[in-house]
Design a protein around this ligand. Structure first.
Ligand code: 0FV
Ligand code: MN
Ligand code: MN
Ligand code: MN
Ligand code: MN
Length: 594
């Protein structure tokens, strides 16, 4: 029975969802390993990554409930929604008011209710003679210019970085009181693309320096309430720019920050809070569903060495797609994540090279009749993947009339081949250079497999051409997002800690003789450049055939990996990397309405 112990803030852990008793049966290799049933030689040395059991308790999950959600909530939310819709239409609002409202709606996590209206407002002002718009109230206002720039680019409209020239002419002479302008400039600079020359290097560096100065010179003791608030915003922005943040966590934070503003719109706060709780209640039901599925597969139980991380796998999914109407997509993607995590551990930890070769062949052949060719401990795992892929394929054949099974199974074979390559490198001591490593590692991080599945279940209409380019690894935006995922992961899952193959940092060090710190900073620059690639695809490039909404979810995976690995290996050791708190705040702790 799970007992309640305070591991952190009492508020966060008060509902006994977090287990504190360790279950030795899942953990110690010496206890009855359910997978040892005679087909494995006891002489084979098996590795262990020493992953801890899940911190979450399934039976407690099943009783999760948001106490603020009841029969009246949806009605109350919908009334407020109409009030907010009128605000968007209100002709009395200035152009800047409108931009700020759109930004607030997005940050408060409620823009999904008004997507068409928002897209329309932006499209109309983008295509208008922008000089007229700008003359109204934007020109010479740094905050307004930067906000408009960021919103346009976020929505796929290209605006030249030259709009900042007028401000940068006397660079260094920015009014330091215009701290809001600087925050907006800093945030806008993260929308840089590879064809910009000023945004990343000059403008971002400049804005970052100015914001750091602000934090250093405002110690908070002599500031009034308002500048305290601003300082909190600057610290938050420097910690991670808004554009890179996992959307839902940014929302949870912004609900509190916006709610403290003296000029807030009360209807908007109320709306955002109720909506957050309603969405949380939906998440809870989805989580119960996938957690039950995971328990029923018995994989967490059988493969004791693998990470048992269904809640974290669901959390990844929220990062990728937070809109509650996509429940089915979220459930499927969580299952895919859980299976990838398990298989990654079979390759990285437990399997012998010979076994892993058989496993890879099984995925390539995709023949359920040859299940018994596999070592016993691999059979259940292969069969669960096989069945899930067929269930997805069957649903899609019924609803979209395309047989996607060939694409899905290829994506499993490809990720397994990439896993196998790394296992071979490890076992033969091969040290690839960074380029050779990355060619394999952007696939072995599993993102391409995730996106093939995601594309199939998420898109209303499927294009064979897109399926082909995705499975042939030809989509730049996928490669860039996968690279961010890989590099962010490498920064915190070091070979020293886990006995993994050399990762990007070690490859670069081996190749160039650089120090670890230099290698880390090189990898961080690679992350910046991958973002520039993604932004380029989103803004400047239209030949990818990818829908804007799909591209958005591709970028969300990069955001999610920067969230999961911000303070350590949040997927492997969630309790050591602030992920338990983050999960609690999104999935279990309601926003107080009292
Ligand atoms: C990362 O772990 C991990 F869990 C992966 C790549 C599979 C699951 C993907 C999602 C949950 C989105 P690890 O650091 O062990 O990965 P590598 O590739 O470094 O072995
Ligand atoms: Mn959009
Ligand atoms: Mn691994
Ligand atoms: Mn791996
Ligand atoms: Mn790793």
């Amino acid at each position: 029975m799970a007992t309640l112990v305070q591991m952190g803030s009492p508020l966060i852990y008060s509902n006994a969802l977090v287990k504190t008793t360790r279950r030795p049966k899942y953990f110690t290799c010496t206890s009855v390993a359910k997978i040892t049933r005679g087909d494995e030689s006891p002489m084979v040395p098996r590795r262990s990554a020493n992953y801890q059991p899940s911190v979450w308790d399934h039976s407690h999950l099943l009783s999760a409930k948001n106490k603020y959600v009841n029969d009246k909530s949806v009605k109350a939310r919908d009334l407020l929604k109409e009030k907010v819709r009128k605000m968007l239409d209100d002709e009395k609002n200035t152009y800047l008011d409108k931009l700020e409202l759109i930004d607030d709606l997005e940050k408060l996590g409620v823009s999904y209710h008004f997507e068409r209206q928002i897209a329309n407002i932006l499209a109309v002002s983008y295509h208008k003679d922008r000089r007229i718009v700008r003359e109204c109230d934007i020109e010479k206002d740094l905050h307004a210019t930067a906000l408009e720039f960021r919103l346009f680019r976020q929505h796929g409209f290209n605006v030249s970085e030259d709009v900042f020239d007028v401000f940068m002419e006397d660079c260094g002479n920015f009014e330091s009181e215009d701290i809001n302008g600087l925050i907006s400039l800093y945030e806008a600079s993260y929308l840089s693309t590879k064809s910009d020359t000023k945004l990343q290097k000059i403008i971002r560096d400049f804005a970052t320096r100015q914001l750091r100065d602000f934090v250093d010179t405002h110690d908070g003791t002599n500031s009034d309430f308002e500048s305290c608030d601003v300082k909190e915003m600057v610290i938050q922005a420097l910690d991670m720019p808004y554009y890179w943040r996992m959307r839902r966590l940014a929302t949870r934070w912004y609900i509190d920050v916006y709610g403290k503003r003296h000029n807030k719109n009360r209807d908007l706060v109320e709306f955002a809070k109720i909506d957050f709780n309603i969405v949380q209640a939906i998440y809870q039901e989805e989580l119960k569903n996938v957690s039950s599925w995971w328990k029923e597969t018995c994989l967490g139980n059988q493969l004791y060495f693998a990470r048992d991380r269904i809640v974290e796998n669901y959390f990844w999914t929220i990062g990728q797609i937070q809109e509650p109407q996509f429940g089915n997509v979220g459930r499927i993607m969580t299952k895919v994540n859980a299976l990838l995590t398990t298989i990654d551990d079979i390759y990285d930890i437990y399997g012998t090279l010979e076994e892993l070769q058989l496993f890879t062949v099984a995925f390539e052949n995709w023949d359920v009749n040859r299940l018994d060719d596999l070592p016993e401990y691999m059979r259940l795992c292969f069969l669960v993947v096989y069945n899930e892929v067929n269930i997805i394929g069957c649903d899609i054949l019924r609803s979209k009339n395309i047989n996607v099974i060939p694409y899905l199974r290829k994506s499993w074979a490809d990720v397994c081949k990439a896993y196998l390559t790394e296992a071979k490198w490890y076992k033969t001591g091969h040290k690839p250079n960074l380029k050779e490593y990355m060619q394999n590692a952007w696939i072995s991080i599993s993102a391409p497999t995730i996106f093939v599945h995601f594309y199939c279940v998420f898109s209303d209409q499927l294009s064979i051409q897109v399926l082909e380019t995705l499975t042939q690894h030809q989509q730049n935006v996928v490669r860039s997002s996968a690279s961010v995922f890989r590099l962010a992961n490498d920064l915190v899952t070091s070979p020293l800690a886990r006995g993994d193959v050399p990762k990007s940092i070690e490859c670069y060090m081996n190749e160039t003789g650089a120090s670890e710190e230099e290698a880390r900073s090189y990898v961080r620059q690679m992350i910046n450049d991958s973002w520039d690639e993604m932004n380029y695809e989103m803004i400047a490039h239209t030949s990818s055939l990818l829908h804007h909404d799909f591209v958005e979810t591709v970028m969300n995976l990069a955001r999610m990996s920067q969230c999961m690995y911000q303070y350590g290996d949040g997927h492997g050791s969630p309790e050591k990397a602030k992920i338990v708190e983050r999960v609690m705040s999104l999935l279990f702790n309601p926003v107080s309405l009292d």
